[in-house]
Design a protein around this ligand. Structure first.
Ligand SMILES: N[C@@H](CCC(=O)N[C@@H](CS)C(=O)NCC(=O)O)C(=O)O
Length: 235
C-alpha cells in the first residue's frame, strides 16, 4: 500500500532511536512500505548534524518524522494514531473507545513513565569517560533506577496475567511496551525472571517478523556504534 499520492512514505529514523524504531515496527506490522532515512547519531555527540528536513518539520528537531504525501508528522504516538486512521487494516488499536483509551495509556506508560528511570541507564552504551568519577556517579543513579524498572516489570506482569497481549488482541500497546522492556534489557536493566507472564509475552513478540527485523537492525547498529553493556539481556 502506498500513500494517497502513490509515493512510498518516508520515515526519518535514528539507528538507536527507541521512538523511531517503535514506528518502524508499526509500519512493518501494517505491511506499509517506507523509505527509511537514518539521521546521523554517535554515542559521544548524540544526534547531529541535524537533518534539515527534520528541523523543518519538527520544531523539537527530533526523530521520528513521517512524510506521507503532503502530510508531515512528528512524535511516535501521533504517527501511530495517524497510521491506524489512514491504514486501518490490520488494526493496531482495539475497536471500543474504552479499550482504545486503555491501549493509549500503555503507550504513555512505556514512552513517558518507564522512560524516566530508563534514561539513567543510557550512558551505558557510551564509551567510558577518562573521568571515572563521573561514570561512577551515573552508575549510582542507574543502580537506583533498576528497582524502579523491576517494579514496572512486576506491574506489566500483573497486567499480562491470563492473556497473551496487553489489550486483548495484539496492539500498539504491545509495540510501545516491548520497546521500553527491550531498551531496559539492552541497557543491562533487570531481568524478566520471576515475571512469568511478561517473560512469556516477550519472546511471543520477538518472534513476530516486524519485531525480529527491527531488533536485528538495532543490534547491528549497537555493534557499530555502542560500547558493550555489562549484563545486557541478562536472563
Ligand atoms: N515523544 C517523542 C520523543 C522523540 C525523541 O525523543 N527522539 C529522540 C531520539 S529517540 C531525538 O530525536 N533526540 C534528539 C534531540 O532531542 O535533539 C516521540 O514519541 O517521538
Amino acid at each position: 500500500m502506498t500513500s494517497p499520492k502513490g509515493t512510498p512514505m518516508k520515515l526519518y529514523s535514528g539507528p538507536l532511536s527507541l521512538f523511531s524504531r517503535k514506528v518502524e515496527i508499526a509500519l512493518h506490522e501494517k505491511r506499509l512500505p517506507f523509505e527509511q532515512i537514518l539521521v546521523p547519531f554517535t554515542q559521544t555527540k548524540g544526534y547531529g548534524p541535524k537533518n534539515l528536513d527534520v528541523l523543518a518539520i519538527n520544531p523539537k528537531g527530533q526523530v521520528p518524522v513521517l512524510v506521507d504525501g503532503d502530510l508531515s508528522l512528528y512524535d511516535s504516538t501521533v504517527i501511530l494514531e495517524y497510521l491506524e486512521d489512514a491504514y486501518p487494516d490490520p488494526a493496531l488499536f482495539p475497536k471500543t473507545a474504552q479499550e482504545r483509551a486503555r491501549c493509549r495509556l500503555f503507550d504513555v506508560f512505556g514512552d513517558e513513565v518507564m522512560l524516566i528511570p530508563l534514561r539513567f541507564l543510557m550512558h551505558r552504551t557510551e564509551p567510558k569517560p577518562d573521568d571515572l568519577e563521573r561514570w561512577h556517579a551515573k552508575e549510582a543513579k542507574a543502580k537506583e533506577s533498576e528497582p524502579v524498572l523491576a517494579g514496572y516489570f512486576a506491574q506489566l506482569d500483573r497486567a499480562l496475567q491470563g492473556r497473551d497481549y496487553l489489550c486483548g488482541a495484539f496492539s500498539a500497546a504491545d509495540i510501545s511496551i516491548f520497546m521500553a522492556v527491550f531498551w531496559t534489557r539492552r541497557l543491562g536493566g533487570p531481568s524478566l525472571r520471576g515475571h512469568e507472564a511478561l517473560a512469556g509475552w516477550y519472546p511471543r513478540l520477538s518472534a513476530r517478523p516486524a519485531f525480529a527485523k527491527v531488533v536485528s537492525e538495532i543490534l547491528a547498529a549497537d555493534a557499530e556504534l555502542s560500547a558493550p553493556v555489562e549484563g545486557a539481556f541478562r536472563e
